[in-house]
Design a protein around this ligand. Structure first.
Ligand code: BES
Ligand code: MN
Ligand code: ZN
Length: 497
């Protein structure tokens, strides 16, 4: 979908549809009032009949409204004016785009963007409108032999703002579009099946991204990992016929000597659990176990598109986790790149094993901060559901930055504890420590495991097990946390530039 900004009065210019909001009960927004005036009271009249009360989520499509240049007028219910906040705004935009998708309008002017949403500024409203519209417009039919669903006609959304807000809105438009492109890339990679999206495929996609945006790229092969002593990463790859890859991408938008932010994404392209095999139900969803990696690629794409003035390194350890004759067995002990030994008591706790070597590898970039992103634990889904990602950090200021970015992008995270008290659960009788800490606080002990490899830098960990994809009828990748990470980089580049 294409987006543009205009400062235009509602319904004055030709377009497929003008979209305006109505509060409960039958209270027109400023844009709806303007439309009604142009139409000589026609809209008020329709409302008077009771067909549009302004209930949240409701829509009413009108054709050939007299005095209005647009072919259609779409009224969108906003709910009670006093309740109108972030959530209600996003839902109103979603309702509008869904209703537009059911029409054959190719272009529409969206006046919801000029609504007041608490203390949010016009930039926020523009960026969120683009994010929500992009979500509604997303389709993944690449793997179907023919396109099943009629493609929506809507190609272009014109976001209408006050003249005074044009500049801020234009900046937000560029950002919003870049984030949407990053989110789409992350969704596409996540949605691809495990037999297509292998570690080699991820490496190829990284190469494509590097070529398109002039990123530096390094892909380590198995023998390179052996030389570096990446024993924990290699232990996960042992059961698979697919060769593992460690992908490092470098975006250099900042000063030569400016320390980079490192983003490390879990890239398990399929997680069977290995010898500690997972049960069959819903195992297909373990194709999404590379969504952390996908979010790193998506964020780098967005950062490069915006030409952010900072340096970013993306590191993706990619492998399958398969059972096989050579697979790692419970009780096996391996040595990580850091030199610490790990007793693998459960081969299904593989994410931390590939991340720990990738985190040690990150040291060589002398990073200003390291953020890893991983579909790491089922326990995080139990703790936070599908709303917030779990955030863990060894640095309070970094945690604060990420929480704020998530709030601004409406891609939220919740701060979880990383106290040493939990470290006891990882005790091993045979190695330096074990790779699992039992059932209590499973997402915390997973983070505690990673913390043993991140002592040399400021580090945060995002557990996205509950937020990276949706299950059920709407099964599919969400592209999270690309919006959070991109906002984090935008904020950082503002501060340091
Ligand atoms: N990829 C899974 C985590 C996961 C499970 C994400 C379900 C989303 C939904 C991870 O590799 C895993 O299997 N974790 C285990 C760890 C356990 C063995 C300590 C888990 O959460 O069950
Ligand atoms: Mn697993
Ligand atoms: Zn996994």
């Amino acid at each position: 979908m294409e987006f543009s900004i205009k400062s235009a009065a509602a319904g004055r210019q030709k377009s497929g549809c003008a979209v305006a909001g109505i509060f409960e009960s039958r209270k027109p927004s400023a844009a709806a009032t303007a439309l009604d005036r142009a139409a000589g009271g026609y809209i008020g009249n329709v409302m008077g009949r009771g067909d549009m009360e302004g209930r949240a989520g409701s829509t009413l499509l009108l054709h050939n409204v007299p005095g209005v240049a647009c072919e259609r007028v779409l009224l969108v219910g906003l709910g009670r004016a006093g309740d109108f906040g972030d959530r209600q705004y996003r839902e109103a935009v979603a309702a509008a785009v869904k209703a537009l998708n059911a029409t054959s309008a190719g272009e529409a002017e969206l006046h919801l963007v000029s609504l007041a949403v608490g203390k949010r500024d016009v930039g926020w409203r523009v960026q969120q409108a683009i994010a929500v519209a992009g979500d509604c417009a997303y389709r993944f039919d690449r793997m179907k032999s023919k396109q099943e669903n009629r493609q929506p006609a809507l190609r272009k959304l014109v976001l209408c703002v006050d003249g005074a807000a044009m500049r801020a809105a234009q900046t937000a438009l560029k950002r919003g579009a870049a984030v949407a492109h990053g989110v789409d890339l992350a969704k596409d990679l996540g949605n691809l099946p495990g037999n297509v999206c292998t570690p080699s495929y991820l490496a190829e996609q990284a190469q494509t991204l590097a070529t398109a945006h002039r990123l530096g790229i390094d892909v380590l092969e198995r023998k390179d990992m052996e030389k570096l002593g990446m024993g924990t990463l290699l232990s996960v790859a042992r059961g698979s016929a697919q060769p593992p890859k460690l992908i490092a991408l470098q975006y250099r938008g900042g000063a030569k000597n400016a320390k980079p932010v490192a983003l490390v994404g879990k890239g398990v392209t399929f997680d069977t659990g290995g010898i500690s095999l997972k049960p069959a139900p819903e195992m297909d969803e373990m194709k999404f176990d590379m969504c952390g990696a996908a979010s790193v690629f998506g964020t780098l794409k967005a950062a490069a598109e915006m030409k952010l003035p900072l340096n970013v390194v993306g590191i993706v350890p990619a492998t399958e986790n398969m059972p096989g004759g050579k697979a790692t067995k419970p009780g096996d002990i391996v040595t990580s790149m850091s030199g610490q030994t790990v007793e693998i008591l459960n081969t299904d706790a593989e994410g931390r094993l590939i991340l720990c070597d990738a985190l040690t590898y990150a040291e060589r970039f002398d990073p200003a901060a390291v953020v890893d992103i991983a579909t790491l634990t089922g326990a995080c889904v139990i703790a936070l559901g599908h709303v917030a990602s779990g955030l863990f950090a060894n640095d309070a200021a970094l945690a604060k930055e990420l929480l704020a970015a998530g709030d601004a992008a409406h891609d939220r995270a919740w701060h979880m504890p990383l106290w040493d008290d939990y470290q006891d659960q990882l005790k091993s009788n045979f190695a330096d420590f074990a790779n699992i800490g039992g059932r209590p606080a499973g997402s915390v002990t997973a983070a505690c495991f990673l913390a043993r490899f991140t002592k040399k830098f400021k580090w945060a960990h995002l557990d996205i097990a509950g937020t990276a994809w949706k299950s059920g009828r709407e099964k599919g990748a969400t592209g999270r946390p690309v919006p959070l990470l991109t906002q984090f980089l935008i904020n950082r580049s503002r501060k340091k530039a």
